[in-house]
Design a protein around this ligand. Structure first.
Ligand code: FAD
Ligand code: DXP
Length: 680
């Protein structure tokens, strides 16, 4: 199969897959936001299925199969590039302290740095090895003889001769060079902002350089994968440091990795052949602190204390470098590999603390799947669907659809992983926007906004200025820490007026604490009867406001050419009307909106005229990215119930759009089988 595959993420996983696919004759593109930020560079490079003492059988097999592939895989890469990966089957020694020593294992890291398996921060305690691993117990005398220099507290340990290491930074360079030389298109500095889906297919990825399309897509975004799909992958930060082996030491004092109870010590051979390059790597913390960067004194102190305790002579070695990285971690700490809810999207993420080890097997299994639709039985352990079935509480983890507030029962888990709505780089989970006008009271407006689950509320700057009813205490009326304000230029008849009011709107947002809010819903409406926007004035004002740094969301008639022009001048969305504002006539411009949706590279927000939830759902089923609905909610006799209904309709329409509708047929087709029925 000679297809186009686009890989999101250029860490060890994305690059290994890219090379494997390229070697099987696919045309491959890798999009990578920041090569240097990848956990790949931060790792220790241990290949340790045995020392890691993995409890899941599927994971044990996966890890061992990968370790088995390592010698040939690295040799092939080295042959391709002429570079060294630093692969070595050096073995891992896991020393164990006597009872007296165990008492000092509490590192007191507080909430942020915890330890112990499951919630583990440091490597799990060495315990008797699991079946199928070749492991040898060394008693006190044997271990001290085998590895001189260990602390006296060590009373024995396990020797895992089949485990090893690779120089992960060297490997990353080799993978990049190999991919480049094979003709993989490597695009560094490109951020994928959204995965565009339609009817069970990915139709492109929205990036900071525009829309990019391929036949097949692979998500290998490491700890950041959850920015694009609601997969339960979270960052687990690891701090590390390296010591330089002093030059007077002619031999590396350590020949193998020490895998202690609260530290691992990795002697790194020089991949360049110079003695000056010899390092000892110490790791690692495992912290649940999101993407908080930097090394901390507490983290580094604990690594140093543990390392010196296990192997005291390290205390005199010069410190060379400190760093940190983010492991991509799932709730069960197993990777997510294989098929997704979209037929042409494959998942390869969540490798937690074993991604370097798992790179060759991941590449092989994913390439088998993409190129030959061959699904290895091992993959069944790692499918994303294992997170779907559990309970309704997983819904928020696996879809970006906002749950309606109580008392509506929670939605059942959805098998669809949706991208969030992104406008001008800002991410929103809800695809419904509402307004503040026409409500009978401020209280009704507040309740409706909450019931709608919306995250964007548009506010008419002019009405706030004039303190029109319902707009007197805007600052207090809504929780602006949760709701993003979309100032609109309603009431402006010319481009000049709209530009002036947009600037006031920006100041208004600042007063509400939204310092970085540069959004404006641009309305230039000279006609009061139909409230139809002036296309020329809108384009002129949009051009100017974009130049001034605004994220412009223009309200327009459903005119496909105008929509394109507005996108060309840099608008953040286009907002075609369904029918005149406040008319509740529903979708009167369907055909043109469809053309706009087909051609837009920015989100299409259907705005104005939607009168009922069925119309809202219809617009979303057509592929609108979002809706703006005000009058239908505010003028309903029960506005908060209608707000909730509109939210559900937006969610339902979106799900239906992603899932794909059945074909329309001319004749009936029985739902139950016609064969095999009882005949009289
Ligand atoms: C401290 C530490 C020690 C470790 N030690 C080991 C070890 O000894 N052995 C082992 O096997 N594993 C180890 N690991 C784990 C291993 O590093 C990871 O599992 C592995 O790097 C994951 O690879 P990846 O390619 O999935 O993600 P990454 O290496 O993190 O790469 C992801 C890449 O995707 C890019 N990206 C993300 N989102 C987007 C987007 N939207 N658009 C474009 N690009 C995007 C990022 O910029 C990044 O370059 C360690 C990890 C840490 C942090
Ligand atoms: C509040 C706002 O911006 C409205 O002008 C918008 O266009 C919504 O229209 P409906 O009130 O018809 O939903």
């Amino acid at each position: 199969m000679n297809n186009d595959v686009l890989i999101i993420g250029g860490g060890v996983i994305g690059l290994a897959i890219a090379i494997e696919l390229k070697l099987r004759s696919s045309n491959v593109t890798v999009l990578c936001r920041d090569f240097s930020a990848a956990a790949t560079h931060a790792a220790a490079g241990m290949l340790a299925p045995d020392a890691e003492n993995i409890s899941s059988e599927g994971m044990q097999s996966l890890c061992r199969r990968s370790r088995h592939l390592y010698p040939d895989w690295t040799r092939k890469l080295e042959d391709l590039t002429g570079l060294n990966t630093g692969y070595s089957s050096c073995g891992i020694l896991a020393p164990i302290y006597g009872q007296g020593g165990l008492g000092t294992r509490d590192w007191g890291q507080g909430d942020k740095e915890t330890r112990g398996q499951g919630d583990n921060s440091f490597p799990p305690s060495p315990t008797p090895p699991l079946s199928h691993s070749s492991a040898y117990w060394l008693d006190k005398e044997a271990i001290h003889q085998y590895q001189p220099g260990l602390t006296d507290e060590v009373v024995g340990g396990w020797w895992y001769p089949e485990d090893g290491q690779v120089d992960n930074r060297a490997l990353a360079r080799v993978l990049w060079t190999a991919a480049e030389s094979l003709g993989v298109e490597l695009k560094e500095g490109i951020t994928v902002e959204a995965i565009e889906q339609q009817q069970g297919q990915v139709v492109g990825v929205q990036t900071n350089a525009g829309l990019i399309r391929a036949e097949h897509y692979v998500l290998a975004g490491g700890a950041w994968s959850n920015e694009l799909l609601p997969l339960p992958v979270r960052p687990k930060k690891g701090q590390m440091l390296s010591l330089r082996v002093p030059e007077f030491t002619s031999e590396l004092p350590l020949k193998r990795i020490l895998y202690g109870q609260d530290i691992y010590i990795v002697p790194r051979r020089d991949t360049c052949g110079t003695l000056g390059d010899r390092q000892i790597i110490l790791g690692a913390t495992c912290e649940d602190v999101g993407f908080t960067p930097h090394n901390t004194p507490a983290g580094i102190q604990k690594l140093l204390q543990s390392a010196i305790r296990l192997y005291p002579q390290l205390q005199d070695y010069p410190i060379e470098e400190l760093w940190w990285g983010f492991r991509p971690t799932t709730p069960d700490e197993l990777p997510i590999l294989g098929t997704s809810h979209c037929q042409n999207l494959t998942l390869a993420t969540g490798h937690h603390r074993n991604g370097i080890l798992l790179a060759p097997i991941t590449a092989t299994l994913i390439a088998d799947l993409v190129c030959e639709q061959k699904s290895d039985s091992l993959l069944s352990h790692f499918n994303y669907s294992r997170f779907l079935a559990k309970s309704s509480t997983t819904t928020s983890m696996l879809t970006h659809f906002p749950l309606p507030p109580s008392p509506t029962p929670p939605l059942p888990p959805s098998a669809i992983l949706d991208s969030p709505l992104i406008i001008a780089g800002k991410t929103f989970q809800s695809r419904l926007m509402t307004g503040t006008g026409k409500y009978r009271s401020v209280e009704e407006m507040q309740q409706s906004v909450i019931a709608s689950g919306c995250q964007i509320v548009t506010v008419a700057v002019r009405r706030v200025q004039t303190k029109a009813p319902g707009h007197e205490n805007l600052a207090e009326a809504l929780d602006w820490t949760k709701i993003w304000m979309l100032p609109n230029t309603a009431g402006c008849q010319t481009a000049e007026e709209a530009i002036r009011v947009a600037r006031l709107g920006r100041e208004m947002a600042k007063l509400l604490g939204q310092e970085d809010n540069n959004f404006v819903k641009l309305e230039v409406i000279p006609d009061a009867k139909y409230l139809l926007p002036d296309p020329i004035g809108t384009l002129q004002a949009a051009e100017q406001l974009v130049k001034e740094g605004f994220a412009v969301l223009p309200y327009i008639n459903a005119d496909p050419m105008l929509a394109l022009r507005l996108e060309e001048v840099g608008c953040a969305t286009v907002m075609p009307l369904a029918s005149p504002i406040g008319s509740g006539q529903g979708l009167k411009t369907t055909a043109n909106i469809q053309i706009i949706i087909e051609n837009a590279g920015v989100p299409v927000v259907v705005d104005a005229g939607i009168g009922s939830p069925s119309e809202a759902a219809q617009a979303m089923e057509m592929g609108a990215d979002a809706l703006l609905i005000n009058s239908a909610i505010a003028l309903s006799p029960n506005s908060s119930a209608m707000a909730q209904a509109m939210n559900l309709a937006a969610v339902a329409g979106r799900l239906a759009y992603l899932a794909g509708r059945m074909p329309i047929k001319n004749y009936a087709s029985a739902s139950s089988p016609l064969q095999g029925t009882i005949t009289s």
